[in-house]
Design a protein around this ligand. Structure first.
Ligand SMILES: C[S@@+](CC[C@H](N)C(=O)[O-])C[C@H]1O[C@@H](n2cnc3c(N)ncnc32)[C@H](O)[C@@H]1O
Length: 236
């Protein structure tokens, strides 16, 4: 599966920007990065960076590292960084085995990766390892909309070819995060009428600190409690 994952994104890399570099997706990225509120001097990791479509949207003065499983994607991201004059480190690496020390980043960008990787919880665990305690994580991806994780029949049928070629369609944000070291600090519907979602994650201890995250989302997280999984992390 790892080889196919690499190969299909090597193949996609040529036309990727035509499909994904479109204005509405760029606007969603901007919103996600605005919520992440990177400060000059901070170190950020861009997970599954693809062709580097996030790179031009990062504020100046950030120490940028990115990685992707696909060497062709990384080549393109390196070319983009060079054209922007951005001294980013861009590696070929697997999201579940990162070549970075513990707590080496202040923040992580997870755009369009959690619905792609075979094991999103393992990916979140690895991101939790490399992001320092109290660090921030921005997620933008497609998740089953609504509070209950109940993908309908059509969605489940479409998921079968889609996950082989592009992306999973039946993943649910809340249970997936609940199975990881993170908690959802806040989230909002995004592209395609809420088929995509933006979320900010914090290490679980930080997320229950009332001084570090918005009270309303903290309250709902407390009410849900750690045992409320509302379905499995990946119902595909
Ligand atoms: C839909 S693209 C998103 C790219 C980029 N994050 C963006 O927002 O445009 C998914 C990316 O995840 C990468 N990917 C898939 N599995 C991965 C893994 N296990 N580790 C690292 N990257 C992976 C793919 O190669 C692809 O570039």
């Amino acid at each position: 599966m790892g080889e196919w994952q690499r190969l299909r994104y090597d193949i996609w890399s040529g036309g990727y920007d035509w499909f994904v570099g479109i204005a509405p997706v760029t606007a969603a990225r901007r919103r996600s990065l605005e919520l992440l509120a990177l400060e000059p001097g901070e170190a950020v990791i861009v997970a599954g960076c693809g062709t580097g479509l996030d790179l031009p949207l990062l504020p100046p003065g950030i120490d940028v590292t990115g990685f992707d499983l696909s060497p062709r994607m990384v080549e393109r991201a390196r070319r983009r960084a060079a054209s922007l004059g951005l001294a980013a480190r861009l590696d070929v690496a697997d999201a579940v085995r990162l070549p970075y020390p513990d707590a080496s980043f202040d923040a992580a960008v997870l755009h369009l990766i959690l619905a792609i990787v075979p094991d999103p919880v393992a990916c979140l665990r690895e991101v939790a390892r490399v992001v320092r305690p109290g660090g921030r994580v921005a997620v933008l991806d497609k998740f089953v909309p609504g509070d209950t994780c109940r993908p309908g029949l059509v969605r489940r049928a479409l998921d079968v070819p889609s996950r082989l070629l592009f992306t999973h369609l039946t993943r649910c944000l809340d249970p997936l995060v609940a199975a990881s070291p993170f908690a959802v600090a806040c989230q909002e519907p995004s592209l395609l009428g809420g088929q995509f979602r933006l979320a900010q994650l914090r290490h679980r201890e930080a997320a229950v600190d009332p001084h570090s995250t918005p009270a309303d989302t903290l309250e709902s997280a407390r009410q849900r409690g750690p045992d409320d999984r509302r379905g499995s992390p990946d119902t595909a």
